[in-house]
Design a protein. Sequence first.
Length: 356
Amino acid sequence: MPSRDGFGTLLPMDAAPVVVEVVRGSLVESRHRAMLVASDPHGRKLFGLGDSRFVTYLRSAAKPIQALPLVASGAMRHFGITPKELAVICGSHSGEPQHVETVAQLLQKIGLRETALQCGLHPPFDVESARRFGPEGVTPLHNACSGKHAGMLALARFWRSDIEHYLDPEHPVQQEIRRTLARLADRPASEIGIGVDGCSAPTFALPLEQVALAYARLVNPEAAGLEASLCAAIAEVTRAMREYPEMVGGTRRRLDTDLLRETGGRVLAKAGAEGVYALGIFPCPRFPEGVGIAIKIEDGDERRARNLVVLEVLRQLGLLEGAALDKLSAYYSGEVKNHRGMVVGVVRPCFRLEGI
């Protein structure tokens, strides 16, 4: 049966090839399909799998881009926002004490309280923190997107814009974010789809090839001829993420954090909900101009397939090897266990990148 793209259009099955198999005993019990594409900063496709024009929401993979207007506008400098605070603005944090304290500190700098955050509530991703605070102790600060929201509020305060409606797609903050994304993705702002994210902020839809292009420009903006102010803002954002990887995700079992740390800063990594993942490979001998990679697991899986696909992509590119690969492969094990803890199967990647 055909699959569907982001707008419900039927696609042939080869538009989303099988990338992960779930094996129990000798039988392939389930399969996950995906599309991925890599681009250089000029928009040239380098390699991929499936339909590179598949349209998807970036979800939280947009956060490093959503933070750029805060830096480029001068608001970061005006409020004395630190690189550590900038990293949590770019992240989907685990709700650990250091994350909550950092966002609270940021709000204090801009003269607002946590009640200004319109991201809603959910328990911390970090199990220990969720247990510690309990259902009654959860506040908007624990939301994985509270840093992003605090950053948007900071820009609204800097511009003396309305803070009550800072999430309205027509608000100056959201309009500038959309224009910035359009610049990086080389796509007219009017052609960028808009939805509502889980945290109530606008979320943007683009073809995967444009997501990959945006990330290629995050790791090498000069090659794309972007204006100096935007290049400087990009450098601030990517430096903060690499210097404070634990603020982008967390201290326990967060792939974004682990990749930023274990690759020695060679890779920019950011997950998005519903099986989205974006990578930026900084210029290196294999990719002298850098490369952006956009991944979409078709069924939206975020745990079983997505992490394995990301690790396998980096392994095939030679960007994750040796002790780092062993560590993360064990950490994100593909073992299938039963309720007695017995290993009864395996979840394994089953693809080869085309064009590398």
